[in-house]
Design a binder for this molecule. Sequence first.
Ligand SMILES: [Mn+2]
Length: 315
Amino acid sequence: MPTTLSNTVALIGAPTDVGAGARGASMGPEALRVAGLAEALQAQGVRVLDRGNLHGPANPWQPAQDGYRHLDEVLAWNRAVHEAVHAELQQGHLPVLLGGDHCLAMGSISAVARHCRATGQTLRVLWLDAHADFNTSELTPSGNLHGMPVAVLCGFGPQALTHLGGTSPALHPSQVRQIGIRSVDPGEKRFVHAQRLEVYDMRYIDEMGMRHAMEQALAGLDANTHLHVSFDVDFLDPDIAPGVGTTVPGGPTYREAQLCMEMIADTGRLGSLDIVELNPALDERNRTARLAVDLVESLFGKSTLMREHQVRRRH
Ligand SMILES: [Mn+2]
C-alpha cells in the first residue's frame, strides 16, 4: 500500500505572518527548504516539485479592526493559497503548503474540500496543534486570524473568508480531529464544545496514550477518504521545538510525535499537508525546521524497520 494518495508532491511556499501575533513565520518556507525538506521527501521515493513562493501583501502590523487584524491581507494570501493548492490537486499532485502562519489553512483546506466535493471523496482533517484555532471575532482576545481558521472553515467568520471555496461551510466539524491541544481561550472552549469538535487534548494523550488517540482520530477511514494533515509546529513540546511564535509547554514528545506521524502514514490516505507556524527568528540554528522535516519524513512513510503488514504483503 502506498503511504500517500499521490507519488508527486508539490511544495508551495506562502511566506507571510499576516495572521500571527509575532513576526517571523514568513521565513518558514525557506527554513524548511534549508533543512532539506525536498531531499527528505525524495529519499522516501516521492517526486518533488518545488513551486517556489506565492506572493501577497506585506504585513502592515496594525491593531485589530472590528475584531480582525489584517483581514484584507489575510484574504489576499488565502486566495493565492486556495488557487495554488487547488491547481495541484487537479493535476493529481499532493500539495504541501509551507507556511507562513496558520491562517493559511483557510485557503489550503477550502481548496481540498472543494476538490473532494468535485471528486466525491470524503475529507478528514487532522489538526495537529497546541491550540484549537476555533476563535471568532466575538471570542478572540487578539483579533489574530491564525487563531480562527477552523471556525472559518466551519462557516463562522467573515463572509469573504468562509466562502473562499465558493461553498460555505467548507467543512463540517465532524470531519475534523484535533490532536495535541492544550491552550484554548475561555469563550473558544464553550464554542468547541457546542460545535462538538472531536478533540484529543494533552490530558487525553497523557491518560490514554498517543497510540489510542490516533486510533480514535483515524477510525472510519476508507478507500475513498482524502486525509489532510494541518501540522502547526507548536503542536510539539517547546523543549524540542522552540522555533514557534506561540509556545505552550506540555506538548507531545519526540517519540509521541513520531508515532503520530507513522500511524498517519500507515493509513495510506494522506492527500495534502500544511506545515505552518515555524518561526526561524525564534529558532536555534534551524533545529525546529530540521525536526519538522524529520517528522514529515515519517509522515511519508519512513520507518526504522519493515513493519509486519509490509512484510506480509510481499508473500
Ligand atoms: Mn494553529
